[in-house]
Design a protein around this ligand. Structure first.
Ligand code: PA5
Length: 447
């Protein structure tokens, strides 16, 4: 049996004593109970809690579709935004070759669209797709989100012009609500194959539904191993009433106690660029879940050592409002030794014969100690390697921790009322039918 990720508070201890963390973790067992009973705020959105087990029934259908898309096309464009984009992007980036698009060997390309409304991005994409044989996975729970809807309209039009309406319909998979929304109607009218996003799972908690799993499977990643990892985390935490031995409760408690020391910004840190989009996924998860009612820890992220040369100065020495959570990966997937050079003209022979990862680990340890000296508490989450299994563990770990942390903060971690504000203004400014009055008022403000 593989290990469970571990959480190390040694470098937070000087700021929040571990006994206090364990005490709050123990008190937070009640939040686990509330989640399981479904009696807390947002309890209509708890489908993700048992998803690692429930989703197994769909593995065959997802894998079959993934295989078919890989066989009929060389590229899949995945259209979606927010929770309908970040989970798949995070896992694919974490577990794929760092230079997938440049690989010489034959591979299936995954390209994301609909996560912005940038004209240059779409133009460049359409240019790239000119000589690609592509399929489309369009994902929108509501089925009405503007960014993916526009991207879908343009890409569908492009594909229809290339291969005709009938063949295009066979190349499109829609992942959306079972009954509601424009995407559901489009899918039914045009005969697209569909997967359902369950009502009781919000966008940012949906990576282990077909929303994340279909694109991940199309990219060639083993979704069963990913979900197995998530299941191992569910089994280790959901019913674990020993606060001091439950990593989810410890993390949720530690970050809230650090917040109470006057540090409202949490920076998620990775020492591998492979975790860049995992951090983006994490930022949405915690930002949308906790940032409401004037509360919440602001989630930020950096990729070290890269960002030590840009953000390092601020973290070391700027306003003391920060703490860090490091995802520490023990063993990289590949091995590389730094070579010896006869004349040592670059004065690096003291590193000769060492693995690159040894240098990276020392950079990590040195950074933790330096930031501690600069008054930055550091929570460390340790995984043995970045593979499917541990990525699945991390996903479930953060989802459950986010729910518990939201309850500690006394917010509803499953709604996102604030996301609507920009949409209303955009619709009003674009004269969307029904928004005329609001449009007039906004245009007055712009005079
Ligand atoms: O987490 C959320 O609910 C949001 O980020 C949504 O995922 C995002 O707005 C996209 O919504 P939809 O899937 O309805 O297009």
């Amino acid at each position: 049996m593989k290990d469970i990720l571990s959480i190390n508070l040694k470098n937070a201890e000087g700021f929040v004593p571990s006994e206090e963390v364990f005490a709050l973790a123990q008190q937070s067992v009640r939040h686990l109970e509330i989640l399981k009973e479904g009696t807390g705020a947002g309890s209509d959105f708890l489908g993700w809690l048992t998803l690692p087990c429930d989703i197994a029934a769909q593995f065959d259908k997802i894998e079959k579709k993934a295989k078919q898309l890989r066989s009929v096309s060389d590229t899949t464009v995945v259209i979606g935004i927010g929770g309908s984009y970040l989970g798949a992007k995070a896992v694919i980036e974490a577990l794929s070759h760092s230079f997938t698009p440049l690989l010489k060997k034959k591979h299936h390309e995954i390209i994301f669209a609909g996560q912005n409304i940038c004209e240059d991005y779409m133009s460049d994409l359409l240019e790239i797709l000119e000589d690609r044989n592509y399929s489309i996975i369009v994902i929108s729970k509501s089925g009405t989100t503007t960014e993916p809807a526009i991207a879908f309209r343009m890409l569908k039009d492009n594909l229809e012009k290339k291969i005709g309406k009938q063949k295009t319909a066979e190349r499109i998979v829609a992942i959306t609500d079972e009954k509601k929304g424009a995407l559901r109607s489009l899918a039914e009218t045009n005969g697209y194959e569909t997967f359902v996003i369950p009502d009781n799972i919000g966008g940012r908690y949906s990576v282990l539904t077909p929303v994340g799993l279909l694109p991940i499977a199309v990219s060639g990643i083993d979704i069963r191993a990913l979900v197995k990892g998530a299941l191992s985390m569910e089994e280790a935490t959901v019913n674990n009433k020993n606060g001091a031995a439950n990593p989810v409760l410890i993390y949720a408690a530690a970050r809230n106690l650090v917040l109470r020391t006057g540090r409202p910004v949490e920076i998620l840190v990775g020492f591998t660029p492979k975790l860049h989009y995992f951090s983006e996924w994490w930022k949405q998860l915690f930002g949308e879940s906790e940032g409401k009612d004037g509360k919440g820890i602001f989630p930020a992220s950096v990729d070290f050592t890269t960002d030590l040369h840009s953000m390092g100065q601020y973290i070391q020495d700027g306003q003391r409002i920060l703490f860090e959570t490091i995802i520490s990966v023990k063993e990289p997937g590949k091995k590389l030794i730094i070579p010896l050079e006869k004349d040592d003209s670059d004065q690096l022979n003291y590193l000769a014969g060492k693995r690159l990862s040894e240098v990276n680990h020392n950079a990590e340890t040195g950074t933790i100690l330096a930031h501690n000296d600069g008054n930055v508490p550091v929570i460390k989450i340790e995984i043995p390697m970045l593979d499917e299994y541990y990525t699945g563990q991390l996903i479930y770990f953060f989802e459950l921790a986010c729910a518990v942390s939201g309850y500690i903060l006394d917010v509803n971690p499953f709604d996102q009322p604030g996301v609507e504000a920009y949409k209303k203004n955009m619709f009003a400014l674009l004269n969307k039918p029904g928004f005329e009055e609001a449009g007039k008022k906004l245009k007055e403000r712009l005079k």
